[in-house]
Ligand binder design. Sequence first.
Ligand code: ADP
Ligand code: MG
Length: 629
Amino acid sequence: RKGAETMQFQAEVNRLMDILINSLYSNKDIFLRELISNAADALDKIRFLALTDKSQLGDTEESQALGIRIWVDEERRVLSIRDSGVGMTRQDLVNNLGTVARSGTSAFLEQAQRGGDLSLIGQFGVGFYSVYLVADYVEVVTKHNNDSQWVWESRASGDYALSADEDGPQLGRGTQINIHLKPACEEYARPDKLRELVQRYSEFISFPISLQVEKTVTKEVPLDDDSPAPDSKDADDKDADVVDEDEEEAKEKTKTVTEKVKEWEVLNDAQALWLRAPGDVTDEDYDKFFQVLSKGQSNPLAHTHFRAEGDVEFKAILYVPRTPPPDMYQDYYSRKPSLKLYVRRVFISDTFEDLLPKWLSFLVGLVDSDSMPLNVSREMLQLHEGLKVIKKKLVRKALDMIRRLSDDERSAVKELAELGPAPEDEGEAAAARRAELTAARDKYPAFWKAFHKAVKMGVIEEKAHRKRMLPLLRFPTSSSNGSDTTLDEYLARMKEGQKHIYYHIGMSKEEVEKSPFVETLVARGYEVVYLSDPLDEYMMGHLNEYDGHDFVNVAKDDLRLPEDADAKEAEKKEEFKPLTRWWKKLLVLGQPVERVRISQRLTSRPCVVMANKFGWSAQMERLSMTQAL
Ligand code: ADP
Ligand code: MG
C-alpha cells in the first residue's frame, strides 16, 4: 500500500502469532467467536459514548444502526466482518494490534507452546490474533470518530503496516476486517459454515449479526422484451373459461429465469437473554450465553437467573465456571470481577470493582440495573449507593447457588448409596435417574477442587455470611476413607460425650495422618479433620465454632479430652515436676524450651515438640495468605 509505515510487533505478539499461524490446532472455529466478540465490545463502547453525546452515532441511517455484518468472496477466499462500533484511531491500532497490554500472555504462550487449549485465547486478552489460525493475511480497516480512516495489515511475519486510507471506501465509523484465508481453511468462506458457527458461538450476542447469502430466485419474465406480458388479473374477466384461456396464452409469452440475488440474513435475535423469564430459557440457552460471556469456556457448573425488586431493581445471571480465571490467585487482591454491568440494556463496564467481593470474583455473569442513572460517568456510577444493595443481593444469590450444588451433591451421594450398584436389568427410567444423580454428585467436587481457596478466603473475609459458608467446606478426616466430608456429617458421627470438632494441620495429608496427636485421638475413637492446604491455617484462625461446637486444634498445648479428669492431671503434674524442671533447663535445638507439660495425649511416643501459639500481626497474615494462595 502506498505510503504505508512498517512497524514491528512486540516480541510476545510475534511469538504468539508464530504459534498460531503454524498451529495444527483443530478447533480453528474459535477465531470467529473472538472477532464477533470484539465487534460486540466495540458496539457496546459506542453505545455507551452515545449516552452522553448523541452526535457520536453520526447522522446517517447506516452509522446509527448498531450491528455486525459478515460476507464472503468465495473465489478469492476472503471473509469480511464489519461492525459499526467505536472503531480505532491510529494510536489504538498500534496499542491494541501490535502489543499486548494485559499480563498473563506469557502464561498463555507457554501453555500454547506445549500444545494446550488455544480456545482459551480470549480469556488472556489476545483473542484478536486467533484470526491467524485461519488467515495468512489480514487487513483491518477502521474509522474512529476522532481520527481519519486507517488500515492495519499483516502477514504475521514479524511486522505490520499502517496506512491512512483516503482512497478506499469510507466506513463512516467502525471496523472492517478482511481475512484472507489459508488454502486449508477455505471452508470459512462458505456461508453455511459461518451460519452454523454464529449460531453455535454467538447466538446471544446482543447486536444483530447478519450474513450475506446468495439466494436463487425464479422469476417469470416476458419472452419478448418489447411486448409486455398480458396482465392476467384483468378486472373485467368474469368468465372462468376465458380466464383459463388467458393464462395459457400468458405462459406462452413468458419464460422462467433463475437469478442470484444477495440478501442479508439475520442470524440471531439479538434479544437480551436476561430479559426473558427464567422459565422460558432452556439450559442449552444458558450454556450458550455463558460461552459468549466467558469467551468460550466449557459449560458452567451452575447458574442462577433472577430479578431483584425493591429500591434497586435489577436482573442478573450468574454462572459458576468450571475453572478459575487464569489470574484468580496470582492477583487475588487486585483483580476485578468478570461481571458485566448494564444499565437499562446499555453495557456500562465489566471492570466494576464493587459488584462482587474478591472471593467471588471467579463468577461469570451480568447485572442489568433498572434504577441507576444512565447519563453519568462510570466514576459517578461506581459511587452510586445502589451498587451496595446489588452487591449484597448478588452475594446472597451466589451463595444460594453454590449451596444448592453442595446440597445436591450430598443428597445424590446418599441416594446412590441406597440404590447400590446398578443391577444388570436396570430399567431405562432407573438408569436415567442414576445418571442424573451421578452428574449431581460430581459437580460439587469439581467446584471444590477449582475454588476451595476462594471459598476459604470467603470464610475469612466474609464475616456476615460465614455461617452460611461453613457447610460448603469439605475435608478428609480420619474416618472418611480418603474422601471428603462436611462439618454436618462430622457432627452426626461424633462420639458420645464429644463436644468439640478436632482438627490437625500439616504440610500434607500424609503428614497429618501420621501425626502422634492424631494417633492418640483416633485411638480413643475421635474423628479428626485433616487440614493440609496452606490456607487452612489462616482460615481456622478465624473460626471458633460450628453449630455450637468449638474447633479444637489437636496440636494445641491446651488440648484436653472429655475423659481427662482434672484431678488426675494435677496429681501427675506434681509427680513429674522434677522431670519437667530438668527438661526446661535443657537446651533443645540450641534454644531453651518455653514450657514443658505433662500430657495424656500420647500413645506410642514418649514426647513431642510443639510450636507455641503466638498470633501473627494482621498485615503479616495478609502477606502470607497471598503466598498460600
Ligand atoms: P480483548 O478483546 O480481550 O481486549 P483482543 O485481542 O480480542 O483482546 O482485542 C484487542 C483489542 O483490540 C481490543 O481490546 C480492542 O481495543 C481492539 N479491537 C479489536 N477488535 C476491534 C474492533 N472490531 N473494533 C474496535 N476495537 C477492536
Ligand atoms: Mg477480544
